[in-house]
Every structure is written in structure tokens, then in C-alpha cells.
Ligand binder design. Sequence first.
Ligand SMILES: NC(=O)c1ccc[n+]([C@@H]2O[C@H](COP(=O)([O-])OP(=O)(O)OC[C@H]3O[C@@H](n4cnc5c(N)ncnc54)[C@H](OP(=O)(O)O)[C@@H]3O)[C@@H](O)[C@H]2O)c1
Length: 347
Amino acid sequence: MSKSTRPTIKAAIAGATGYAGRELISMLARHSQIELVGAFASRNTEAQPLAAIHPSLTGQTSLHCEPFDEAAVARLKPDVIFLATPNEFSMEVAPAMLETGAMVIDISGAYRLQDVSLYPRFYGFEHQHPELVKQAVYGLTEFARPQLKGAKLIANPGCYVTSILVPLTPLMNLIDAAQPIICDAKSGVTGAGKSPNAATHFVEVSESLKSYKLLYHQHTPEIAQGLGIANTLDKLIFTPHLLPISRGIFSTIYVRLKNGVTKQDVYAAWQQAFADAPCVRIFNGPQMPEIKFAAHTPFCDIGCVVDAASNQAVILSAEDNLLKGAASQALQNANVAFGFDEKDGVL
Ligand SMILES: NC(=O)c1ccc[n+]([C@@H]2O[C@H](COP(=O)([O-])OP(=O)(O)OC[C@H]3O[C@@H](n4cnc5c(N)ncnc54)[C@H](OP(=O)(O)O)[C@@H]3O)[C@@H](O)[C@H]2O)c1
């Protein structure tokens, strides 16, 4: 059915010139019940057609991207505002965006950590709106559907975090809690956004593989929060790496299962958790998840092997950092929050 024959809500997006913003605009263009009415970049930019900024959007939208301005966003009377902007900017503007009466879905990390005392250490700033953090719904869609309905502020999860929480969350009762959880994760370079820097430009990244932010990446406390082990952060070892590809995340997760827990138990827990989850695909061998199956799709692909003698489980997951790790999950969240088909615009 076309947008004209179904009730339609209005969306605005800040961060429209960025990578996550581009993906979101592309998906909104094919959504049957959400109309994108406003697109914004930094405050000091010139207005330009979106298709001039992102040629891949040619023919998908005639909208212009405007310099960000709170009053201009408010005048559009959007029902939902997506913030695909840097952490500090999202933190600052979320209150004004909520005052417009819109639902706000923030793709940055600004409203994800319930313990706001962690922001200076992991994000480099003091949180200015701790009261709003308490109200934010953490939007890992597959586990948040009841809370998403009617939410005002949704904190979209981190890209690495999604690739780890999707497979691990249903398994927490099966895991030996005394043993460490080791997450070895690798991301394509779009994970760092569109602005090149000395660590991410082609020559530095090409034909190499490097770790970064060892032991202090901002997604470490978010993973611990999601797994309910924030008080035993030392049990979690998360190591991100930069892959010399443009998009995709691959995570290898090492956990020890409790005595007697089998590989069949792991898959049964996943089947139950994801029975109605259109964006999670379970691989049960011999084919296991790979970035090339998940890149450019909204899926998180998961698989597992278990050594019965040692109870060691190796869990694999793959996703597109810009989609399930950012924009498509944000749209899944909007769909659930407004009562639309979760797959609309997404799949
Ligand atoms: N990339 C990923 O894989 C990924 C995954 C999950 C979450 N995220 C998060 O999503 C957000 C966007 O990421 P991205 O990769 O799309 O970043 P990006 O490509 O660097 O784009 C950033 C966007 O924010 C805008 N912006 C920058 N500073 C601004 C300011 N002071 N005021 C208003 N707008 C401003 C930029 O506009 P201009 O063009 O005018 O500078 C641009 O549209 C970030 O918080 C990031 O951490 C990213």
C-alpha cells in the first residue's frame, strides 16, 4: 500500500550528511507509513539537495538538507526525530527535540549508559541531562519490544554492542558466570564515520588489521550493562579491531558453558528468543556467519560451536555496522514504537 492510503507519520533526521543518516534516509524513502519531512546537518552548513550530498539517493528523495536549527525542526511538527549525530551534540539537543512533542531516537551513545558517572571516562564528557538518561529506553529491538511501545526517548545500541548482545543475551543463564566473557570484534571503517583521520584513511587501514582503544572502548560498559554484569566489569574483555573493508562487523565471543549445557541447549535458547525476530538469522553449520552475508542487510547473523569436553563455546556473529548496528535498528525501533510492521522499510 502506498503512503497516501495509510496513516502516515512525519520524521526528521539530524546528521543527514553522515553514513548512518544516509542509510536511514534510503530506508525511510521506501517506508509505507513514515514520511521524511526534514533533513539536517551541522548548524553552519549550506542547504543542499540530499541527492547532491549522497548521489546514491538520486531518485529516492527530493528533500534538501538544511543547517541544523531547533526552531526549524520544531516547525515541521515531526512525530519522530532521528539523531544520527555525534555523542555530545545528541546529548545537548535531545531535550529541545523532546519538547517538540516528537519521539526521539538517538543513534549516538549519549543516552545509552544508565550509570552516567561512566561518561567522563568512556566518552570524555560529563553528562548534562542525567534525568533524561533514566527515561531512555535501550533499543535493542529484539529484547525491548514492550518498553519501546510509547517510548519518548530511545537510545539505539552501539554497533559492536548489538553484535555481541544479540547472541549472548539469551544465553546468560547457560554460561558459567565465574569465567570471563571474551569478545573479539572487528569492524569495517565506516564505523568511524565519514570524516577521515590519521588512523582511518586508506593507506593506514589497507592490507592491515589493528586493534584500538584496548580495554577502554566506550562499548565495554554498554555490553556489561546489557548483559547485567556491570558490577563485574573485570569478567568482560572486549577488543575492537579495524578491518580494511568499508562495512560490516564480525564478533567472535568466547564463553564457558555451565556443566551439562550442550550446543543443542544454545540453539534451543536462540530459537525461543528469536522465533519472531525478522532481523536475526541463526546459522547451525556447516555454514557459519560471515560479513559478506550480512553486509548491506539489516540482519544480525549468529552461530555457535561447543567443545563438549571443556564446555568451551565459540559464538560468531556478523552484521552491517551501519544497518543492524545503527540505522536499520533505529527504524525497527520506530516501527515497534509506533505499532507498524517491524519490517517496514527495513526488509
Ligand atoms: N558509523 C557507524 O557504524 C555507527 C554505528 C552505530 C552508531 N553510530 C553513531 O551514529 C552517529 C552518526 O555516525 P556516522 O558514522 O553516521 O557519523 P558521520 O558519518 O561522521 O556523520 C555525522 C553527522 O553528524 C553531523 N554533525 C556533526 N557535528 C554536528 C554538529 N555539531 N551539529 C549538528 N550536526 C553535526 C554531520 O554533519 P556535517 O556533514 O555538517 O558535519 C553528519 O551529518 C554517531 O554518534 C556514531 O557514533 C555510528
